[in-house]
Ligand binder design. Structure first.
Ligand code: NAP
Ligand code: GDD
Length: 340
């Protein structure tokens, strides 16, 4: 049987690793780039590396900012599908390293698209775009028609890439943007808010004396399950013509609601006291302080509310997310993925 060939940047990350597993299950040959790192960064790929599918999975040392390297790999691999998931993906950090963030997220995407074009590779291209593009534009729901008002170096770099993808599409390439709202999993990086809350709550449950320090409790996010969302990246590339699509669960919760849910599930119901940076979350059962505010985690500009309208994806790629926020929290507490 002839295998399809996919190339994934960001394959060591949360989404890249799930996508690689999904494509290997679909019988693809999957190539990915890993950055050289003093420490092992292959944790998310353990499942693949320990399975028989490993012989259809090829890792290359590489970096999205290195066009010579991209050119060399792509000229050998000549993939039919390219998924550009590599990014400096942390919004808060992007305020501290805006230039680096642009080099990776914006110019990295440009280098990849140029390599594909110059090598005349006939492939379909998926770009990991983001709901961060919407910024605070006052819309209750955000869809493909909602104007973009990016407010962080991260979202500005991603808007550059979004526009680039449209530009190459107009040059005749099958290129599309998945506008994904937040999605989480046991593989979520430790410094993103969901994983940070869950890990701290688990440590406290296991007798750690620490207090969880958070920034803005009132920002709202539309959270989904990463393992489920990557399926729709693939589905977008199976369409006859490229479309930019919003992928979102269509429910929004504040960080505070997320905290309440997690601690309650671990038998530590929270009551809140105080206001502003003096607000604290206390265990109702023993009055121990569980949560405090640390202004370090405030952002220069905060995106207040994400609430996605994925009607177009529902119509075009039968987008039908099944995992609710409560299930997602259970999955993350258990640190065990479910079958989708
Ligand atoms: P992630 O876990 O942070 O993974 C990012 C990946 O990019 C990692 O594999 C990382 O490699 C790689 N990377 C970073 N800089 C690179 C470079 N210079 N060259 C090559 N690879 C590089 O992110 P994720 O949550 O899986 O998200 C995947 C993509 O979707 C990202 O582009 C993100 O911006 C976008 N996105 C994510 C969400 C979300 O809620 N998760 C929502 C919308 C859009 P290392 O392992 O070496 O660090
Ligand atoms: N990280 C973090 N740490 N966020 C905190 C904290 C904290 O201690 N306290 C409050 N928050 C708030 C942030 O201010 C933000 O409003 C919200 O929690 C979510 O933060 P993150 O989990 O860091 O995610 P994000 O929404 O900024 O960005 C993620 O989603 C985007 C899609 O909307 C990332 O995955 C981006 O790459 C992605 O594009």
């Amino acid at each position: 049987m002839k295998h399809k060939i996919a190339f994934i940047t960001g394959v060591t990350g949360q989404d890249g690793s799930y996508l690689a597993e999904f494509l290997l299950n679909k019988n693809y040959i999957v190539h990915g780039i890993r950055r050289i790192n003093s420490n092992n960064n292959l944790n998310n790929l353990k499942k693949i590396l320990n399975s028989k599918k490993r012989n259809r999975f090829k890792l290359h040392y590489g970096d999205i900012t290195d066009s010579t390297n991209l050119h060399k790999i792509l000229s050998k691999v000549r993939p039919q599908e390219v998924y550009n998931l590599a990014a400096q993906s942390h919004v808060h950090v992007s305020f501290q390293i805006p230039e680096y963030t642009h080099n990776v997220n914006a110019f990295g995407c440009l280098k990849l698209l140029e390599a594909i074009k110059n090598l005349k590779i006939n492939c379909k291209f998926y770009q990991a775009s983001t709901s961060e593009l919407f910024g605070n534009n006052g819309n209750k729901f955000q869809s493909e028609k909602t104007p973009f008002t990016p407010i962080s170096p991260y979202s500005i770099s991603k808007l550059y890439a979004f526009n680039l993808v449209n530009y190459y599409k107009h040059q005749g390439m099958f290129a599309c943007n998945g506008i994904l709202f937040n999605h989480e999993s046991p593989r979520r990086g430790d410094s993103f808010v969901t994983q940070k809350i869950i890990n701290a709550a688990l440590r406290i449950k296991n007798k750690s004396n620490e207090t969880l320090k958070l920034g803005n409790l009132y920002a709202k996010r539309d959270w989904g399950y990463a393992k489920e969302y990557v399926i729709y990246m693939w589905k977008m590339l199976q369409l006859k013509k490229p479309e930019n699509l919003v992928i979102a669960n269509g429910k929004t919760y504040s960080v505070k609601e997320f905290v309440n849910k997690v601690f309650l599930k671990l038998d530590m119901p929270i009551k809140w006291q105080g206001k502003g940076i003096k607000e604290i979350g206390i265990n109702k059962l023993n009055n121990k302080i569980l949560v405090k505010i640390d202004p370090y985690y405030f952002r220069k500009i905060e995106l207040n509310n994400l609430y996605g309208d994925a009607s177009k994806a529902k119509k075009l790629i039968e987008f039908n997310p099944k995992v609710s926020l409560d299930q997602l929290i259970d999955i993350m507490i258990e640190k065990k993925d479910i079958d989708i």
